[in-house]
Design a protein around this ligand. Structure first.
Ligand code: HDE
Length: 701
């Protein structure tokens, strides 16, 4: 914008009526700072814009003119800014990083990503909830999607999994029904991002194959503390093919370096209000702090002959292969070290497809996987609007790619030459197939009668559900029971809850009885008929959650509550021990500015008490002067701060003032409510939850 132009525009307006002069635009009262090299603001056609504050009017207070191509272009583009959100997994968080192979699978596959140790392959990973819309909260009870795009030297490989190793259904044809049942009910438009409603449980109660998955989703696996603290599973069996064309089966597992960690249901509900972006913010903060989320990749490898001996069918996605049966082999690690530059361009537009696979890896006949191979490509076409979605930078392979596909909406490449077909004799440099290194499907013999068939080997719907429940410890079982009672208490039709209790009788009678008591069901319903006898499979400790929590404070956050006159030296010591444990701290106070400590110095406060309940911290410390504590004991926010931390089984450190607040909150001190004189003990207690305390704060049926 030239100075003269601005003056003309402004002067013209100023000449008319004095009351219009305040709205003359950017040359007026509002000052923006500009860097030395800022580009000129232009239209999408490159025309430099003189005034980005006012639309073109017929006169000073007259109508806006249709002629204003600058206004129309800007508004039209804005009107089209949103694209359809994903029909499932709409809410997600993504990051860039790399995968590094540490153990070669050369014996099993030719895929370079699984054979070239030491090479770092770029990845983009997106972790999502399933049922909620893109603007829903981060912490509903829900499965987490775990999708990784490996930009390998042989093409993109998408490993699109979940944080739970099994799924609700056995055949892709039931997926639209499952999703319609779980999403908000179509007549009323609620509940958002929740399974606790009639249509979900109605469908589930009529789908016995879902019972194993139900045990997993009712466990605390669906209440993660952080996206950095979840496992990932490829779920289906895939195939690996070696240089001799020999195939073996493989299941993929991601194991978080930070260990597993979950929240308590009451805590989760409160986090949703305290910070709807709790997981996304945690991921963002961790990457910004250089505390990069990291997972190990492991595989379970097995042959067809071994699979034939399993007491279940590995092609059935409602079954897992216990680690005790086929142990994990750890083969590499993934580090996510870069937040996207632009959320929409990358996290929203990234398009994962299980059909994106590279030579040396192949699909199995799992009917759920087979359906997914169609669905994802199809959904990207409608979501991203063009068959050219692979040209979007986040989706484009990082290796050379060339073919004769042409044109289409939003074609970004400008192909040259006459030839766009094959075979051809006119362009000897046109892309050609490569019989040796190209992708080949396993030459599997197929015979049998065509039909809409469910194999008999898929008929056992309860044994692994029973195994999962039996493998949980007492606390974990209690949480599953509490979750079922909560969810089913929201169901309005009693026959649905009763049917669910009937299924539970096949899993564990005690479970069924306790849920029935919790729901006020007086007479236990009859268990539904089974197609095959339910088996007692050996207990599998690998299925536990609490057993897999790491005894560490690394990557966690301690909230330190202070106020006027707090002891400066205790605060310093606390900060030092927390940092020495690779954890972070946040200083909380009733005001964010002008808090003076006992030494008279003003201190930095990170967050204000009213907006920072203890649910967003892993442990808390109370460093208060007696005067402040006496004031705070009349403030329910600080009482809730303490009570919630206690009831969510967290460690609490306190000094003399903190003790006053603990008494006001009626806290019964236990081994994890510790004086600030014993900060080492506090650190040890803060590394875990106080499971023994739970019986005192949350009686279970
Ligand atoms: Fe998906 N799923 N899914 N799914 N899924 C989608 O694709 C589908 C299933 C999973 O961060 C959609 O791009 C069918 C199992 C993840 O972008 C859609 C079936 C597993 C993501 C789709 C399944 C998953 C999706 C919606 C049954 C774990 C998010 C938007 C046959 C192994 C990826 C999209 C991201 C997304 C279809 C079942 C994981 C509609 C038909 C089992 C992590 O194509």
């Amino acid at each position: 914008m030239s100075k003269t132009d601005t003056t003309i525009v402004n002067t013209e307006i100023k000449k008319t009526k004095s009351r219009t002069t305040t709205l003359t635009g950017n040359g007026g009262e509002l000052h923006q700072t500009a860097g030395k090299n800022h580009p000129e603001l232009t239209t999408n056609q490159g025309v430099v814009i003189a005034d980005d504050q006012n639309s073109l009017k017929a006169s000073v207070r007259g109508p806006t003119l249709l002629e204003d191509f600058i206004l129309r272009e800007k508004i039209t583009h804005f009107d089209h800014e949103r694209i359809p959100e994903r029909v499932v997994h709409a809410r997600g968080t993504g990051a860039h990083g790399y995968f590094e192979l540490t153990h070669s699978l050369e014996k099993y596959t030719t895929a370079k990503i699984l054979t070239e140790t030491g090479r770092q392959t770029p990845v983009f990973t997106r972790i999502s909830t399933v049922a909620g819309g893109s603007g829903s909260v981060d912490t509903p009870r829900d499965v987490r999607g775990f999708a990784v795009k490996f930009y390998t030297s042989e093409g993109n490989w998408d490993l699109v999994g979940n944080n739970i190793p099994v799924f609700f259904i056995q055949d892709a044809i039931k997926f639209p029904d499952l999703v319609h049942a779980v999403k908000m009910e179509p007549d009323r438009g609620f509940p958002q991002a929740a399974t606790a409603h009639d249509t979900f449980w109605d469908f589930i109660s009529l789908t016995p194959e879902a019972m194993h998955m139900v045990m997993w989703i009712m466990s605390d696996r669906t209440l993660p503390r952080s996206l950095r603290m979840i496992e990932g599973f490829g779920v289906h069996s895939y195939r690996l093919i070696n240089a001799d064309g020999h195939a073996s089966f493989v299941k993929f597992h991601w194991r978080p370096k930070a260990g597993l960690q979950s929240t308590i249901w009451d805590e989760t509900v409160k986090i949703a209000g305290a910070d709807p972006d709790f997981h996304r913010r945690d991921f963002f903060d961790a990457i910004a702090a250089g505390d990069f989320p990291e997972w190990e990749l492991a595989v379970q490898l097995f042959t067809q002959e071994e699979a034939d001996q399993f007491p279940f069918d590995h092609l059935d996605a409602t079954k897992l292969i216990p680690e005790e049966l086929v142990p994990l082999t750890f083969i590499g690690r993934m580090v996510l070290d870069r937040w996207p530059d632009n959320f929409f361009a990358e996290t929203e537009q990234v398009a994962f497809c299980p059909s994106h696979i590279v030579p040396g890896i192949d699909f199995s006949n799992d009917p759920l996987l087979q359906g997914r191979l169609f669905s994802y490509l199809d959904t990207q076409l409608s979501r991203l609007g063009s068959a050219n979605f692979h040209q979007i930078p986040v989706n484009a392979p990082r290796c050379p790619f060339a073919n004769n596909q042409r044109d289409g909406h939003m074609q970004m490449t400008q192909a040259t030459g006459r030839v766009a077909y094959e075979p051809n004799s006119l362009d000897k440099d046109a892309p050609r197939e490569q019989a040796v290194k190209g992708f080949k499907s396993m030459a599997e013999p197929v015979a049998g009668d065509k039909g809409r068939i469910r194999p008999e080997s898929f008929a056992d719907h309860y044994s692994q559900a029973r195994q999962f429940y039996a493998s949980q410890n007492e606390t974990e079982q209690a949480h599953i029971i509490a979750a079922l009672i909560f969810e089913l208490s929201k169901v309005e039709h009693p026959h649905i809850s009763e049917a669910m209790v009937g299924h539970m009788l096949h899993i564990n009678e005690e479970l069924a009885r306790r849920v029935a008591v919790g729901l006020g069901i007086k007479v236990l319903p009859v268990a539904p008929p089974v197609l095959v006898e339910v088996q007692d499979l050996p207990v599998s400790p690998a299925l536990q959650l609490i057993g897999k929590m790491k005894d560490t404070l690394a990557g966690r956050v301690v909230g330190i509550l202070i106020d006027e006159g707090s002891d400066a030296s205790i605060l310093e010591k606390l900060k030092a021990v927390v940092t020495s444990a690779d954890a972070k701290y946040k200083v909380i106070a009733p005001r964010i500015n002008s808090i003076h400590l006992s030494d008279g110095k003003e201190t930095k406060v990170d967050v204000q008490l009213a907006g920072s309940p203890s649910v967003i911290f892993d442990a808390i410390a109370l460093v208060l002067s007696s005067e402040s504590a006496k004031k705070l004991e009349h403030d329910m926010t600080s009482i809730d701060f303490v009570r919630d931390a206690y009831s969510h089984l967290k460690a609490i450190a306190y000094d003399a003032g903190g003790d006053i607040l603990l008494n006001a909150a009626c806290i019964n001190k236990d081994v994890a409510v510790i004086s600030t004189n014993k900060l080492k003990d506090f650190l040890t207690a803060a590394k875990t939850r106080q499971w023994n305390r739970e019986k005192l704060v949350r009686p279970l049926v």
